[in-house]
Design a protein around this ligand. Structure first.
Ligand SMILES: NC(=O)c1ccc[n+]([C@@H]2O[C@H](COP(=O)([O-])OP(=O)(O)OC[C@H]3O[C@@H](n4cnc5c(N)ncnc54)[C@H](OP(=O)(O)O)[C@@H]3O)[C@@H](O)[C@H]2O)c1
Length: 262
């Protein structure tokens, strides 16, 4: 797939990985981009930073069904069709399950998962009107392996993986590809309160994810050979991975305690 002249909708394109993906899209020749995010000021800044790009700015929360319906109605009015949908917006609230606030459980499911189902549902007719459509879903390495203290976040991200598989098979007859990206720790606002290991840059994650989408790759998995090995172990011998995880249980717990970006 080529990017030149494509119409794109991205959620959460105002910061972090999403903003870097916008940069990549523009580099590739995209000039019509719809963005949904909550902070109006950050949305305004996009037009100042990327002159010559026609942004359709939708201020709102993806957890609000009316925001999603309105966004898709505006795209239909303005553009008639959509070539690329990028489901990127996400939040995290980590820690032992019994300490996670009920509201944070609901919000993670609503923003990271339910919003992706509904927005994709609303976009399908517009994607079918494109010559060649693409969906890029941003999951997480924690959606491949269920780690302690990320039970809610990881479950929403695993659901994105399953959803991507279903949609890829369901939309195949309509020339719409579905790519799912699984970043590991990436240096963005989301990770400011994470006291963990070294991270990927959002530029790298954005470039590889967009490239994966253009190449119609099914999955883009970050974290190198070590992560692939862990994924295999998790599938083939989960009890062995349990023992490895148990070795630094307290360290993992401490690192997760303040990890909240909502
Ligand atoms: N950073 C990592 O280590 C990492 C690792 C694996 C996967 N991921 C995934 O990658 C994606 C991007 O993460 P990031 O690190 O770039 O996050 P980020 O820097 O915190 O940026 C999040 C973006 O999503 C928007 N957003 C958040 N909640 C929203 C809501 N309810 N409605 C509309 N927009 C919302 C934010 O804008 P507003 O605040 O203005 O709404 C912002 O543009 C997420 O799905 C995340 O789960 C990140």
């Amino acid at each position: 797939m080529q990017l030149e002249g494509k119409n794109v909708l991205i959620t959460g394109g105002t910061r972090g990985i999403g903003k870097c993906m916008i940069q990549e899209l523009i580099k590739g020749g995209v000039s019509k981009i719809a963005v949904i995010a909550r902070d109006k000021e950050n949305l305004k800044k996009l037009s100042q930073e990327f002159e010559g790009v026609k942004f359709l700015k939708i201020t709102g929360d993806v957890a609000n069904i009316e925001v999603l319906r309105e966004a898709v109605a505006r795209i239909e009015d303005k553009w008639g069709h959509l070539d690329i949908l990028i489901n990127n917006a996400g939040i995290v609230s980590a820690g032992p399950l019994e300490d996670i606030q009920d509201e944070d459980v609901y919000d993670q499911v609503a923003i990271n998962f339910t919003a992706v189902l509904l927005l994709t549902k609303y976009c399908i007719p517009l994607l079918k009107s494109a010559e060649e459509g693409a969906i890029l879903n941003i999951s997480s390495g924690l959606g491949l392996i269920g780690m302690p203290f990320y039970s809610v976040y990881g479950s929403t991200k695993a659901a994105i993986r399953q959803f991507s598989d279903s949609m890829r098979r369901e939309l195949a007859p309509f020339n719409i590809s579905v790519t799912c990206a699984f970043p590991t720790a990436t240096d963005t606002d989301m990770m400011q309160k994470f006291k963990g290991r070294k991270m990927d840059s959002p530029e790298f994650v954005a470039e590889s994810s967009i490239q994966g989408m253009m190449n119609k790759e099914i999955q883009v998995i970050f974290g190198g050979e070590e992560r692939l090995k862990e994924n295999r172990l998790n599938f083939e011998a989960p009890a062995e991975l349990d023992m490895l995880v148990a070795q630094n249980y307290e360290q993992r717990k401490t690192a997760s305690l303040d990890h909240k970006a909502v």
